[in-house]
Design a protein around this ligand. Sequence first.
Ligand code: HEM
Length: 516
Amino acid sequence: MLNAASSSRLPWFESLFTWMPWDFNVALPAPVTGLLLVLGTLYARSVYSGNDTSKIYQLGGFSIVNAWTFFNKRYDFLRSNFDKTGHELFAFKVLHYQVVAMSGEDARKTFFNEKRLSFAKGYQLFMGGNPDLKDIKMEAEIEESIELGAFIKRLLKIFRKDRLQDVMPTMFADINGRMEILGAEGKINPFKDIYDLVFQLTVRMTTCEELATDLRMIERMNDLYWKLEKSSTPASLLLPWFPSTARKDKDEATKSLYDILSHYVDLRRKAEEPNSDAIDLLIADGADNVTIVSFVLNIIFAGTVNTGMLASWTLVQLGVNNEWKNKAIAEIQNLLTTYPTNSHDPIHQRLSAIPMTAWEDEMPIIECVTRETLRTIGNGTALRRNLVDDLQVGGKTIDKGAFMAYNLGDVHMNHKYYPDPHKFDPNRFNTAEENSHQGNVPFLGWGTGRHPCAGIKVAKFEIKIILALFLSCYEYELVDPSGKPLKRSPQPDRNDIQKNRPIGEPCFLQYRRTKE
Ligand code: HEM
């Protein structure tokens, strides 16, 4: 018989199973509780035991616990174990997979520069959320380097400077359209509304006019991406063969996204006149539907997640830093004066007359602000897989097949490189300051070494045009859910591996339109 006195819950034990596909959240009889306490103690003892100093420090513990914390509390798991062990490398098991967590300068250099490490295989297992047509058996196996190379070649073609210049007025019109819906004053949640806007802009740049103007279809696609994110649980990623609900949701969402995009590709194939939209360019290159859809799905994922995150956080930071907000506004005003148009035109049209070169090279203030924002929030974990036998790091050997994890916070939150690292201070990146450090301060927000971000130009461009229009047309401040102004920006949830949203209650931008 179970009653309140004879049963209890063990939070740590429940936590082992919250990632499993079945519900284990039940009250336990006392004898079971006792047994679990013994097991729990054994587990705790074994966590840091039995290490050979010539080898990489091996964490003990149940691999299932490591799996759970590595997925759900990744940042805390890595940082706390570096602190506890005092080692620059430590290894642990996630199920039967060996993972080596790395920190320090030597490890960083190997991690980002060693050509025998696989980028794609690193992310495949431990990062979900992106649509993968292989899940629905719709992609041919191609050698990774060829596949990645072809992907980046297409990406650079779609995002060429002249294409961005051409599409700029339409993008400004898209942003303006959304702003008109917002009305003269109100409150938005940047982590929803700015994400949605970035999603729409990315669809605009990577698909075709027919889809980019169908807001209901864009919303449907956005919902499907959310479904993908939610279904990226440890169980669905580590046990893809297990028929969990999450796995089913993931496959269904991928299939629906495939069907939607494939429909638009067919539509463009049948069009009488080809145009210069991205899908038409890909068709003209001879790509089949699976290749086009796979490409577009991945770009929308890469584009929306990171760009949405950075655009939202930059607006949040400026919402509590008036000094930098005013400097950014002055920079935009200055560009409007340098590239004059009819001052009676609506502001979005005047901004779209600024040439691409100016967006890239003539906005040093906004560059510093976004870079500092990225430093303070860009603390995700980069992943690789070792494909060779004898990879040496710091005199220790990393086994063939092992996964490797490097958290960007190792640099971005490091007092050695960035004193008072939690302080938001764009001055760290003004050119004179950077020169005084002789370029020795590493910055990993856009990656480095063999896999630097291929979308950096387009991401920066999108963020700048959103900021330019928002800052030019609205007065705004950061407020809590009750509308009370916030003095400080919230902290990002560094364990939120998908989107880095704020910890705690949501924050809002309370705005008032001041210009048309
Ligand atoms: C604010 C926005 C963005 C940020 C902060 C960002 C950040 C990064 C980082 C840190 C890496 C390196 C990861 C690693 O070494 O493991 C990376 C790589 C990459 N990013 Fe971005 N990214 C952003 C936007 C984009 C966009 C918009 C695209 C595409 C449209 C994109 C495409 C890529 C690709 C393809 C790679 C891999 C490059 C390669 O393997 O050589 N990114 N990004």
